[in-house]
Design a protein around this ligand. Structure first.
Ligand code: HEC
Ligand code: HEC
Length: 142
């Protein structure tokens, strides 16, 4: 029967549309929110919109290059009930020295090594914290 077939086709089509709509509906789960929603508070030399992941990589890198822990540059939290570090605080002078070192390292690369480029044409840092520090906070000492 032709009429019955038409109804069956129409039902199948509307079922497919409902499935399609459900699949494209934004889920809105918090895990999918962009990291830029949580900006860091006190960045003066690193890009202000750096992702959490990239900042972690930079920090791990500095930590390893100097052979120190996070608390070498970061002061403890003012709140004495907390054992955590106050990462945004500038209370430790080592943190500002690190900013100064970061700028210096960038200048050395720009001035003397900018011929090293990756496939996108970005300069590849040739001199890094590790070049001088080699796991030592005081590279001038043996
Ligand atoms: C050699 C010094 C040094 C070490 C070691 C270090 N940091 Fe940092 N950290 C800095 C500096 C300098 C900044 C600020 C960068 C800027 O001004 O752009 C910073 C910024 C941060 C921030 C952003 C704070 C804000 O809201 O502004 C976080 C989070 C952080 N560090 C976590 C860590 C963690 C976790 C470790 C250990 C794995 C670590 N750091 C080790 C120097 C250091
Ligand atoms: C060209 C060599 C060189 C490079 C590259 C370099 N440093 Fe240094 N850094 C030194 C020297 C030398 C000292 C000791 C300076 C002094 O005692 O006056 C030092 C000292 C420091 C100190 C102070 C240590 C203290 O006890 O006060 C920090 C923090 C530091 N560097 C972090 C960094 C970070 C982070 C990087 C990479 C972003 C970096 N340095 C790259 C040579 C370098």
């Amino acid at each position: 029967m032709l009429h019955g077939k038409k109804i069956a086709v129409a039902l199948t089509l509307s079922a497919l549309m409902i499935i399609g709509m459900a699949a494209t509906r934004p889920s809105g789960s918090p895990a999918e929110k962009p990291l830029a929603d949580k900006p860091h508070k006190n960045l003066k030399v690193l890009p202000k919109n750096i992702s959490h992941e990239d900042l972690d990589k930079v920090m791990d890198n500095w930590k390893a290059a100097l052979g120190v822990k996070c608390n070498f540059c970061h002061a403890p939290s003012q709140d004495s009930t907390s054992h955590r570090l106050d990462f945004a605080s500038d209370a430790k002078p080592e943190k500002d020295v690190a900013r100064h070192m970061f700028k210096m390292t960038g200048k050395i690369n720009k001035k003397y090594f900018n011929f090293d480029k990756d496939d996108k044409g970005n300069a590849v840092p040739t001199v890094t914290c590790m070049t001088c520090h080699r796991g030592n906070p005081h590279p001038e000492e043996k």
